[in-house]
Design a protein around this ligand. Structure first.
Ligand code: BGC
Length: 454
């Protein structure tokens, strides 16, 4: 990699959050409960029984959080809308006070020169819809499109970037197959059904967007991609790597770009793999304007008969650094995944919609500093890796750090901190960490500072 780095002037420099993870006040102003409200209030579901009841109190501190983004020099902010603030029962009556919150947020961002990038679904399904089967009910495609339409009508005149779903793989794998995330099911038969309904819902929302829009906004989807490397040359490990890749990386992208599921899925799910109507697949193939990629880590894969249903498991790399969530730090896989998407799915505009790391942060020093050298290094190396992919022809248009703030890390509670900005959960005091100052410098110099040692 050469030393001189200069990202394009039009590049989006952002940070990301999601509604349930930062907002707090989940039932305020007429909002209905979401599955995450219900799940986190059920005994034994989250570390220490922690919930998103207060989180970062962003719902009440939104204006000062936008001011903080401005201070850091962000020109984009990715956030999600809580479906059950807009439609407390998931469908039917709109809650104007819920809409008003996002209306004010969008206006505050625009006034600060920050481009809003809105995700419609970041895991917080209205509980009332879960009572009707949630992502297993085929009607959810229409419920989701109706909700999306309310959002497009309320905010579409000012929001240039929309994503339908955040990480559908995690929704299915965590929510319906392994149960660590809401709604906490463990059912092999449900997983492919949830996947398929997520994809139908995504496509229905894209079609609603095309029908509604008069402006120039764009719509896409956000997937988490984790490149799979074989642990050895053995045919068993190679085949396991293909299965793991199909399950995690191609399961959502192949249907969207090619209108087919990867053939490995049928073998992975066996008798749980359902009949898929051909007509659904042509609808799912609805063209999108951009692809959002969340990248955190890679995995090195070996055949493992006990790891069902994929029969593959990850092999730890002792020489490498691991984050607090036990993810290997491996920046070259970011370059690789961006090139892979271009090669496999063609030249679609790409955004890195999440990238970041949970590391233990030392307590805030008395002079208000939080030094987080491992996170600084993580950002430096991954931004370099992203630039490397651009140099090799990838149409990468923006980067969103995960996350703006330390926040509620789902079933892991508040113990894992991903923020550029430290949050003292007792006082809600925000303190930009060294990584925030570093990122601000990257933005100010359009990446030039990344070329400097180390
Ligand atoms: C999710 C975030 C989450 C982050 C770190 C992503 O899978 O979109 O909500 O906090 O990873 O685990």
């Amino acid at each position: 990699m050469s030393d001189s780095i200069r990202f394009p002037e039009s590049f989006l420099w952002g940070a990301a959050t999601s509604a349930y993870q930062v907002e707090g006040s989940p039932l305020a102003d007429g909002a209905g409960p979401s599955i995450w409200h219900r799940f986190s209030h059920s005994p034994g579901r989250t570390a220490g029984g922690e919930t998103g009841d207060v989180a970062c109190d962003h719902y009440r501190r939104m204006e000062s959080d936008v001011a903080l983004m401005r201070e850091l020099g962000l020109n984009a902010y990715r956030f999600s809308i809580s479906w059950s603030r807009i439609l407390p029962a998931g469908r039917g009556a709109v809650n104007p006070r819920g809409v008003a919150f996002y209306d004010r947020l969008v206006d505050a961002l625009l006034a600060a020169g920050i481009r809003p990038n809105v995700t419609l679904y970041h895991w917080d399904l209205p509980a009332a819809l879960d009572d009707r089967g949630g992502w297993l009910n085929p009607d959810i495609a229409e419920w989701f499109a109706d909700y999306a339409r309310v959002c497009f009508r309320a905010l579409g005149d000012r929001v240039p970037m929309w994503a339908t779903l955040n990480e559908p793989w995690v929704v299915t794998d965590g929510g319906y197959l392994h149960g660590a995330l809401a709604p906490g099911h463990r059912n092999l038969f449900e997983a492919p059904i949830a996947t398929h309904q997520l994809l139908r819902a995504h496509a229905a929302a894209v079609r609603a967007f095309r029908a509604e829009r008069r402006g120039t906004g764009e719509i896409g989807i956000v997937v988490n991609l984790e490149p799979k490397y074989p642990a050895s040359d053995s045919p068993a490990d190679q085949a396991a790597t293909q299965r793991a890749d199909a399950y995690m990386n191609r399961q959502y992208l192949d249907p969207i770009f090619f209108g087919t599921y990867p053939e490995e899925l049928c073998a992975i799910f066996g008798e749980a793999w359902p009949e898929i109507p051909a007509a659904d697949m042509s609808l799912i193939r609805e063209p999108i304007d951009f692809l959002g990629i969340n990248y955190y880590t890679r995995s090195v894969v070996r055949h493992d008969d006990a790891a069902l249903p994929v029969r593959a498991s990850g092999v730890r790399q002792p020489a490498h650094t691991y984050t607090e969530t036990q993810w290997e730090v491996y920046p070259p896989a970011l370059t690789r995944v961006l090139l892979w998407v271009k090669e496999r799915y063609g030249d679609i505009p790409l955004y890195i919609t999440e990238n970041g790391a949970a590391f233990y942060d030392p307590p805030t020093a008395t002079d208000g500093r939080v030094d987080d050298p491992l996170r600084v290094q993580y950002y430096r190396d991954h931004l370099r890796a992203a630039y490397d992919a651009m140099r090799q022809g990838v149409d990468l248009r923006g980067y969103f750090a995960w996350s703006l703030l330390d926040n509620f890390e789902w079933s892991l509670g508040y113990g894992k901190r991903f923020g550029l900005v430290h949050v003292d959960y007792q006082t809600q005091q925000r303190t930009p960490k060294a990584s925030a100052r570093f990122y601000a410098e990257v933005i100010r110099t359009r990446g030039a500072v990344l070329g400097a040692c180390p």
